[in-house]
Design a binder for this molecule. Sequence first.
Ligand code: B3K
Ligand code: ZN
Length: 876
Amino acid sequence: GQIVYLADYRPTDFVLERVDLTFELDPQNTKVEARLIFHRREGTDTRAPLVLDGDELNLGGLLLDQNGVPAAQFTATPESLTIRDLPESKPFEITVTTFINPEANTQLMGLYRAGGLYCTQCEAEGFRRITYFPDRPDVLAVYTVNIIADKAANPLLLSNGNFLGGAGYGEGKHFAAWFDPHPKPSYLFALVAGDLGVVEDSFTTMSGRDVALKIYVEHGKEPRAAYAMDALKRSMKWDEEVFGREYDLDIFMVVAVSDFNMGAMENKGLNVFNDKYVLADPETATDADYANIEAIIAHEYFHNWTGNRITCRDWFQLCLKEGLTVYRDHEFSADQRSRAVKRIAEVRHLKSEQFPEDAGPLAHPVRPNKYREINNFYTTTVYEKGSEVTRMIATILGRDLFKKGMDLYFERHDGEAATVEDFVKCFADASGRDLSQFSLWYEQAGTPLVTVSGAYDAAKSSFTLSLEQAIPATPGQATKEPMHIPLRYALILEDGSEAKPVSISGAEVTGDVLHLTERAQTVTFTGISSRPVVSLNRGFSAPVNLHFEQPMADIANIARYETDLFARWQALTDLALPNLTRAARAAQNGETATCDPAFIDALLATARDESLEPAFRAQALAVPSENDIARELGGNNDPDAIFAGRLGVLGEIARTGIDTFRSLSGAAKANGAFSPDAASAGRRALSNAALGFLAHAEDSPARAAEAFAAADNMTDLSAALTILSHRFPEAAETTAALAAFEQRFASNALVIDKWFAIQATAPGKDALDRVRKLMESAHFNAKNPNRVRALVGTFAFANATGFNRADGEGYAFLADQILDIDKRNPQLAARILTAMRSWRSLEPVRAEHARRALVQIERATGLSTDTRDIVERTLK
Ligand code: B3K
Ligand code: ZN
């Protein structure tokens, strides 16, 4: 693995005009013939050879304009094919034949077997595992694809674009041809063949064209694709209404497969999905599953414009499609559900995943400037922080100018491979605003820390806010420039109204956005009649850490009276954290702490407040996680103490609010038949949160066991099972419930994944033995990424006490697993290994155990580039 640098980008010497692919599918010996028409780019060196990428390929044949090529004119290795002495200016045709073995492809990149299917995954660099090719995103071409396969085993032959036709091919074979008129990079190529069931529907676009919609799933699972189809139609409509984007082929297909390295893939016209993000029904899917399906269906569909029609010039620009498309799917979900609750969930996710990444050894800019393995850069920083950066552009410009900038982007760059600079320039041109300082968000890694203090001068009726920003050092970036940080704010007066200052000086303010652009700024508001309560970073307008020494009473007021619901949730978190960190520190010293009653009052008042939507009240009751507390503590962390301290706080809340929780638990049941809509999901979330607190207050498994028996949907069933196995691991009720669950869902691997995950996250040092035992179970399959993630991944990422056992056994186990997984599937191994990214913030004994496990991985022979890259950066 060589390091690739953004600064080294240059266009290809040859322009690819057309691609004709013919696949003769065979499980072990698939023949691929690629006919590629090129011409030399004007102005490039007329002697430059054509260099095509490969990965584990064998050249089976090579023709130039239909003629054999002398051995002296080309060089083929598994990684590249170089052809010399090519025509100076006229187009020429290269025909490359390769033979590949889909069955032996355990990396799940390129063409592989998933169940009985043939399926592809080409992003980022998988196409070069199919044929020699200029496998980079700035090479756009029109593709024709012919697929020949055994008809009985593969009645279905799919590829990108529109169906051209098909027919018999003799000897029990048949063929199909597809043509995609939209030029695309190779990473968007897809082929699927096999025998699947289908759910069909159609969509009429805004210009009146009919689009056939097809979702392919395993036979018998068709009814479980209905929700995905509904989400797809809503996504298509929404993109027309909100972004003015219309679909551009006659057909849109989604295929669900059970062996997949990630969530889904946006191949042009033929999205391939992990079946986890397609299949749902009340009996087997939780409300979170439904929300994920809706979001991911939307995300992949939205890529049709942001990613496919306009793609990336190079992989450094990944956030151009991913950050933007996450922003679009967030907005979609916010419109389909509750905007405030959606925002809270996004920020929770950002803080628990992206903030630790940005604060650890794997921190990198939203647009990295170098990489060794691009697959390791599909990160929460590129995706989620990338989305936040797009959101900030919308915040700075305001709705109308943001829309104008997006329209300009679509108009200016349709059909192109663009850069982050191209994107930002559209907003600068549309608004007339200078966004050069803002662009630092793409270049500087690390979460900015904004330190704030306020002072009221009653005599002058003025209020001053002093703000300072500091961006921590990150790998390769010791010092940083101040950034443009847009902070939404409100000054709330005694009577609850918002102050209307007579004048504001010291910062640019547009509407309710304060623009922090200097390292330190003092902002003065005049005409403020009483000491205001400051609500800062409303809606989490900027992804920063805020240190604001605010009176607790002010925070409590925000928690109760702010009109911005996100700010209310943030205030509840701000009230909770000092209590949780105090309790964790006390636990570390073998002591117990008690909570500030104002915090518990505010929490319970919110839980009881019937004027608020249940989903919001449930969010309020989900007190900060062990990871949140660890982040707040900042270092020398003892996960057992954090867990014990948090448990104490939960117990206190539970005992104080026992009556509230009794009346809230089970309340969702009153609403009759199951519906996956957001309001119903919110009622279930609230009732299950209450059930969790009752388990603490009553210290008995009885109520959860009852709820388990009474559950008529997977959300309630898995919530009850989680309470049982996390709170009462030894209880007979728990053993019985786990066995009943296993038996009932034995034939549904996706539900068994929940059974794995619930047990893998049960706290305490016994978790490791449990995980080991579960790996022996007949349900486990080390070759299936979903199984491995559900058991090994969940244990490492989401079981702080179990994984971080004081004796280091959790890390040693992970090291063994990583080395084993890495042999088959490097991408999966590297991803799970990122669970170690915060090892330096552990207390010294655990940190040393963690370091040794990392060194054990680093020293192993035959490590993949993917895993080597992660382990070396993590140790650095
Ligand atoms: N673009 C794909 C991710 C591909 C990951 C390659 N390692 C899915 C998505 O973001 O929509
Ligand atoms: Zn994406």
